[in-house]
Design a protein around this ligand. Structure first.
Ligand SMILES: *Cc1c(COP(=O)(O)O)cnc(C)c1O
Ligand code: SF4
Length: 454
């Protein structure tokens, strides 16, 4: 039986892809002509063992290699959708970006001295199960503990697939209650695992519970389904999502080879529903650590109405050391983009700080020097230029009395305006001069001296 395969895969391997999907389908051996594009069929037939992988791809590994890989899979399970599997160029699989992202490697057992179990301290910043509350006005809400494809570079590797579970209504309610009782949370980021592996009905219910909370302005969903399971983006799902605007989606393309006609269809369904789309990539050694590859990727993304949002430095999670690049590689990539291509095609390169410090942007330096009346800058071409500061500038001194200010903010409810962090050092209304680490020895000595005097 012939399936309806993907017609094109960017500009590469067009014929190959059709053929490969047909072969994989034939090897799976069950279904009808619509099965290939049925996401539940794809999930049921996700590749979970090395034997299945060999059977479906025709790639044969040595028995020695298989023994070593089975140890990896015991710790970090394997799952690849038939669709994502079909993107692997089987002739050159060992350097194939899809293979490298989805197939286990013995390197995953190398625990580098810098590796950490929970590098982002997501467990520490978790007030209730499923919620990570790190930033003042937004939370991460883990509503699914499962994925269709387990990315080998996953930060939450130890958790995802471990107990392939979906939180029950009661634990979702606990998260919802937390959000409801914290009125400063205006942005809820649904994550997991992959939220889109939940059923339409369950997702509809979760979204409706969150949407009921008056102070939640924006709902975001992080999902890799447009990349690894594009058939999940059904008309029915899109119909549900549309009811909860403003709803934003971030997806996770890492390589141009992942953009196919099916993923394009999925993205356009979402964009047509008025959902702003972003993309978070991870910089991965041997996969996309190349300015040309990232440039090609961001161009394909914006062509498909996806705004490159973040380029992540690979985290320090256990078993990821073989994927890590030096930070210089990321800076080099941003240097290759800024000025050279459309500004909206350029992601922000960030390092998610170990220990829960959150995302820290890293960029090439454009500010070369400054005096009181001039700033020296350089552009992407290496041109060094100056910008003259204004002769007279009167900064609106901020005493937080917005009603009396000449600038018109005009808030109905004169809400509390707090400043935190480095911004606090800059503000007029706070006389903090320094930020000092809590374990600073000098300050501790001073406190001890003070208590002696009493
Ligand atoms: C990334 C992240 C967010 C969202 O950060 P943005 O910079 O707003 O995209 C929120 N909470 C946690 C814990 C995160 O890791
Ligand atoms: S630009 Fe260089 S690193 Fe990138 S794909 Fe070509 S040869 Fe490889």
């Amino acid at each position: 039986m012939n399936i309806t395969p993907d017609e094109v895969r960017t500009d590469l391997y067009v014929e190959d892809l059709k053929q490969r999907q047909q072969e994989i389908y034939n090897n799976i051996g069950t279904g009808n002509e619509n099965s290939w594009k049925d996401w539940k069929w794809q999930m049921r037939h996700a590749i979970r063992t090395i034997d299945q992988f060999e059977h479906l791809t025709g790639i044969i590994l040595s028995s020695d290699e298989k023994i070593r890989l089975s140890k990896v899979v015991e710790i970090f399970p394997l799952s690849i959708t038939p669709y994502y599997l079909s993107l692997i160029d089987t002739e050159n699989y060992s350097t194939d970006p899809v293979f490298l992202q989805s197939f286990p490697s013995v390197h995953e057992l190398n625990i580098d001295s810098n590796d950490m179990r929970d590098p982002l301290s997501e467990d520490h910043d978790s007030p209730v199960k499923g919620i990570t509350h790190r930033y003042p006005d937004r939370v991460l809400f883990h509503i699914s503990n499962t994925c269709s494809m387990y990315c080998r570079h996953c930060t939450r590797k130890r958790k995802v697939g471990d107990i392939d579970s979906i939180p029950d209504r009661q634990s979702i309610e606990e998260g919802v209650n937390y959000i409801r009782s914290n009125s400063n949370v205006r942005d809820v980021l649904l994550s997991g695992g992959d939220p889109f592996l939940l059923s339409d009905e369950y997702l509809d219910w979760i979204l409706s519970r969150i949407r009921e909370i008056p102070h939640v302005e924006v709902i975001r969903v992080g999902t890799r389904t447009p990349v690894v399971l594009p058939y999940r983006i059904t008309d029915n799902l899109v119909g549900i999502l549309k009811k909860y605007h403003p709803l934003w989606i971030n997806t996770h393309f890492n390589h141009p080879q992942e953009i196919t006609s099916s993923s394009k269809t999925a993205l356009s369904k979402l964009a047509d529903a008025g959902i702003p789309l972003g993309n978070q990539s991870v910089l991965l050694a041997g996969i996309n650590d190349c300015p040309r590859i990232i440039k090609r990727l961001v161009h394909l993304l914006v062509k498909n109405r996806v705004r490159p949002y973040y380029l992540f430095q690979c985290d320090l999670s256990e078993g990821l050391s073989h994927f890590r690049t030096p930070i210089g590689k990321g800076v080099e990539i941003i240097e290759s983009l800024r000025g050279h291509t459309s500004g909206f095609a350029i992601p922000t390169y960030v390092i998610d700080a170990p220990g829960g410090g959150g995302k820290i942007p890293v960029m090439p330096n454009y500010l070369i020097s400054l005096s009181t009346n001039k700033v020296v800058l350089r552009n992407y071409e290496g041109v060094i230029t100056t910008y003259a500061e204004p002769d007279s500038y009167i900064s609106p001194t901020c005493d937080r009395n917005c009603d009396a200010c000449s600038l018109q903010l005009r808030l109905k409810e004169g809400s509390e305006y707090k400043s935190e962090g480095v911004f606090k050092l800059l503000s007029d209304f706070d006389d903090t001069i320094t930020l000092t680490p809590s374990d600073n020895e000098r300050v501790k000595r001073r406190e001890n001296d003070d208590s002696d005097e009493e």
